[in-house]
Design a protein around this ligand. Structure first.
Ligand code: GLU
Length: 477
């Protein structure tokens, strides 16, 4: 009897499967050309194609040649820009390098007439100038700082491809010309050879698609590398870099890229492409055949399909998953469940609408906070049937963004000035609303606290000594 053996085939998770599918469907597209103006880049295998995606939790998914290193070339530019921003601050950097899409090729002579200020840090002129801004006592130290920071973005030490560096050093006359023009205009304030040596080295740093995905994920994660947990740059810097990538990252295709793919991205002439979905993930792609604009044919196609499939466009509005106000009512319908004396129950029954309650939930940002503000605007003892106490149940609030926290806290302050006492119920004891009269460890206790205050105001005996601790399911007397 023959024994039938079935070999278990590991089914990839859906993300790996999606990357694999993209790889398989695009790998046969041999359109485009290798970059040849740096001779060493023309020696690369044109069939290489790697895809990787890194999440905010530090998980990495990959397909194809995602572990094959390539030289970063222009993919280095956003990360060196981040370093210059960290060294000098946005205003100083902006005064030296603009942030306007040039709409021109990567090596265009795109300098502001008069000042010689390059249009943005993603084209060569702007990138060369940005490199010169990195603080260091000498070019050797400047490159080491750049290597260190790019390595921190990637979460491992990046090595230099000496052959590609030497190749560009030998043939990079157009970049030399750009640097001389900037030096002549006064915008470049250091020696041409000195800055180009560092710039060509940063371009020749080797990284894999996985590395690049982690670098992008670090930007998407507000500057914190999600794999190593190291804070590489501050959140505002990460945001500024992503903004410039969104508007200027794809050379003369930047506008169409933003329209079709809608993600901050940067491509390089070695065929690398870095893209980030803020708060979600980073992607790193590599395939060396380039289109006429110098962008990798397969990487661009893969990004388009990914963005469509996963609805990644920056302008896509996902909508709220849950209403921000889960429950609204008064103590007439919602009671704390505490045992009460008959006289107390009568007072609560007659005046229950003196206590309002709002249960808030979800991730509260500006728009959600505005909805809450609107709902609170009618709470006032001056209105007939208006409440004097307000319970804010924030138990279900997963996150209160700083802007929303300020909006809500000033609403609480304003309620106070209208004579409304606010009690917050929060088992997490987060102190989200500092101007509330009290914060208690549960919405029930906050409601009970307001009930007690209402009873006290009506002179009803609280008869504390007669009460037993409240038990779930216990009714009143
Ligand atoms: N090292 C290349 C150059 O400066 C980078 C260009 C690119 O990747 O777009 O020409």
């Amino acid at each position: 009897m023959s024994k039938v053996t079935t070999r278990a085939r590991a089914t990839p998770d859906p993300i790996t499967a999606a990357l694999q599918e993209l790889h398989d469907s695009l790998a046969s597209d041999a359109g485009g050309d290798l970059a040849t103006y740096i001779p060493q880049l023309a020696r690369v295998d044109p069939g290489l194609f790697g895809l990787a995606l890194a999440t905010m939790h530090g998980r990495v998914y990959k397909a194809g040649d995602a572990d094959v290193p390539f030289t970063l070339q222009s993919v280095s530019k956003p990360f060196v820009y981040a370093l210059a921003l960290a060294d000098l601050g946005l205003e100083e950097v902006l005064s030296r390098v603009g942030a306007e899409p040039s709409g021109e090729a990567f090596n265009a002579i795109s300098l502001e007439p008069g000042s010689g200020r390059p249009s943005n840090p993603m084209v060569n002129a702007g990138a060369i100038l940005t490199t010169s801004l990195v603080r260091a006592p000498d070019p050797v130290a400047r490159f080491e700082r750049i290597r260190e920071v790019l390595s921190a973005f990637a979460g491992r030490r990046l090595e230099l491809d000496e052959a590609v560096f030497a190749s560009e050093l030998e043939t990079g006359d157009r970049n030399r010309a750009l640097a001389y023009l900037m030096r002549n205009a006064g915008s470049l304030r250091c020696g041409v050879d000195e800055v180009l040596d560092v710039y060509f080295r940063q371009c020749a740093l080797l990284a894999t698609s996985v590395d690049v995905a982690v670098m992008a994920a670090t930007l998407a994660n507000g500057g914190v590398n999600p794999c190593t947990k190291v804070t590489v740059v501050s959140q505002p810097i990460a945001e500024h870099v992503l903004a410039v990538m969104a508007s200027c990252g794809m050379y003369d295709a930047a506008g169409e890229w933003l329209l079709r793919v809608g993600l901050p991205a940067k491509s390089g002439v070695s065929g690398g492409l870095v893209a980030a979905s803020p708060g979600q993930f980073g992607i790193g792609l590599f395939s060396p055949l380039l289109d006429a604009r110098g962008n990798s044919v397969r990487a661009v196609a893969a990004s388009r399909l990914l963005a469509e499939r996963f609805q990644l466009h920056l302008m896509h509005h996902p909508g709220r998953s849950v209403p921000v106000i889960a429950r609204a009512g008064s103590a007439l319908t919602l009671q704390s469940g505490r045992r009460r004396l008959r006289t107390e129950r009568e007072v609560l029954h007659a005046h229950g609408d003196d206590i309002d309650l709002r249960s808030l939930q979800g991730d509260i940002e500006f728009a959600a906070a505005e909805v809450i503000l609107q709902s609170l605007s009618t709470v006032s003892p001056a209105r007939p049937g208006g409440a004097r106490w307000l319970v804010l149940d924030v138990q279900g609030v997963s996150r209160l963004h700083p802007v929303a926290a300020r909006m809500l806290d000033s609403a609480v302050l304003e309620l106070g000035s209208r004579g409304v006492v606010v009690a917050v119920g929060d088992p997490h004891r987060r102190g989200l609303l500092p101007h509330a009269a009290v914060e208690l460890p549960s919405p029930e206790e906050a409601l009970e606290w307001c009930e007690d205050a209402l009873l006290e105001s009506h002179g009803a005996s609280l008869a504390l000594e007669q009460r037993e601790p409240w038990q779930p399911g216990q009714g009143g007397e």
